[in-house]
Unconditional design. Structure first.
Length: 262
């Protein structure tokens, strides 16, 4: 048998590989789905966000069901005890849930206006925002090499955004610049929200002993309510015209599934 340390390293590298594959697949499929030209209307980003929250709740509920020995009664008692009877603890998840919902919608805006490569590189700024919020909210200390790595990260992202192609068509150039600006602002806001929500959620997990699956159910419930409200407000007329699942196809369903595991 291989040593325990070797087995641990193998699991870590496999997890890293799966994470890279999932993240890359999400970006490429999401970008493709937002630029695909079809006769039917394009699917609503707000609808995809709500669908992902519903699927997340279902999956986490099944995991809680498994952890409780496949007992519906035990699962019901646990969820009632942790969610219903502890409203104060449950309400703490409203803030990160709202931020995550906003972030997920912003990512669709970003990928509708940026190419996949630019988006993927720029979105790595969430590493910087997460580090800054960890220092300010959790009191973590970063070493000199970590600060230097963050500086290199910022430099690389800045170089990616540096204009390299001159377009002679002025009108097209303005439209492209406007589109890129909207996409850039969306991804920057997503980076800030991702960093804050991630650190806030980590802080909550450290302060309580609840199962992470129960916490994800709480996040999903708030995310569903807030996302559904946003969908009604922002896309109400389109919902009345063609319904919530307008424009859904195989690619859309894949995007929703990948979004759940993000």
């Amino acid at each position: 048998m291989p040593p325990a340390s070797s087995h641990s390293y193998m699991i870590k590298y496999m997890s890293l590989g799966v994470l890279v594959l999932q993240t890359t697949s999400l970006v490429l499929t999401m970008r493709y789905s937002r630029t695909l030209i079809e006769d039917s209307p394009r699917y609503l980003a707000s609808s995809a966000v709500v669908s992902a929250e519903v699927l997340k709740i279902v999956i986490c509920t099944l995991l809680v069901f498994t952890e409780n020995g496949f007992s519906v009664r035990a699962m019901y008692q646990l969820l009632r005890e942790e969610i219903v009877k502890r409203p104060g603890e449950t309400m703490k998840l409203a803030i990160p849930a709202g931020i995550y919902t906003l972030q997920n919608n912003l990512l669709y805006v970003a990928l509708s206006n940026l190419d996949a490569a630019t988006y993927q590189v720029t979105y790595q700024l969430k590493i910087l925002t997460t580090a800054l919020f960890s220092v300010s909210m959790l009191g973590k200390k970063l070493s000199f090499h970590q600060w230097l790595s963050l500086l290199v990260l910022i430099t690389g992202i800045t170089l990616v955004q540096w204009p390299s192609v001159v377009n002679n068509d002025t009108e097209r150039q303005v439209l492209t610049a406007n589109s890129q600006f909207v996409g850039l602002m969306a991804v920057l806001m997503a980076c800030v929200s991702s960093g804050f929500a991630g650190v806030y959620f980590e802080k909550i997990l450290k302060e309580t002993r609840q199962s992470i699956w129960v916490r994800n159910i709480q996040l999903g419930l708030f995310g569903f309510v807030l996302g559904f409200a946003g969908m009604i407000i922002h896309d109400g007329p389109l919902l009345k015209q063609s319904g919530m699942f307008q424009g859904y196809n195989t690619i859309t369903c894949i995007v929703v599934v990948l979004q759940v595991f993000k």
